[in-house]
Design a protein around this ligand. Structure first.
Ligand code: ADP
Length: 160
């Protein structure tokens, strides 16, 4: 069975992430979306909230599973019997960072390959950080995030 891992912060998940998930899920038997539990970053949503948002937003994709992880990505991939890491590319600005990460991960485990998937052009211009900034100033994020994030980000913004 071919399993791929799509790791990220997903703080919050955007329609760009969902486009990458939909495209990648067609290429493999099972896609594990792996939410990074990174204690050094201070995320808007907890890892449990981010996992739940992804579960709701991907419920129609039958071969997609959401998990969280901490530590080295290559160790997580080995643990779930995957040798494919999926990363999304928005353009040249993502490239140098992503390329460096891919080579670092290969140096840690040469059996694991990183595959880059590009989202549809309509999704290329936004990021989770922009979503948070737009929401913070009361802007409209309806076309950028799934409904569950739309609702919950409003509540979060009231609390902070
Ligand atoms: P990270 O902190 O690991 O970069 P993100 O949640 O920001 O986590 O992104 C996870 C992956 O999704 C990265 O490979 C990133 O390049 C990709 N990505 C983020 N937003 C988009 C988008 N709008 N279109 C395509 N790929 C995206």
């Amino acid at each position: 069975m071919r399993t791929a891992v799509y790791p990220g912060s997903f703080d919050p998940v955007t329609n760009g992430h969902l486009d990458i998930i939909e495209r990648s899920a067609k290429l493999v038997d099972k896609l594990i979306v792996a939410v990074l539990n990174n204690k050094s970053k201070s995320p808007l949503f907890t890892v449990e909230e981010r996992v739940r948002h992804l579960q709701i937003a991907t419920q129609d994709f039958k071969n997609v599973e959401i998990m969280s992880f901490s530590g080295l990505l290559v160790d997580f991939a080995s643990k779930v019997n995957s040798n494919i890491i999926i990363r999304g590319l928005r353009g040249v600005t993502d490239f140098s960072y992503e390329f460096q990460m891919a080579l670092t991960n290969r140096s840690l485990n040469s059996d694991i390959e990183t595959l880059f998937v590009s989202a549809d052009t309509q999704y290329l211009f936004f990021s989770s950080s922009q979503v948070k900034e737009i929401a913070h100033f009361g802007g409209n994020i309806d076309n950028i995030v799934p409904p569950v994030v739309r609702e919950e980000i409003k509540k979060k913004m009231k609390d902070i």
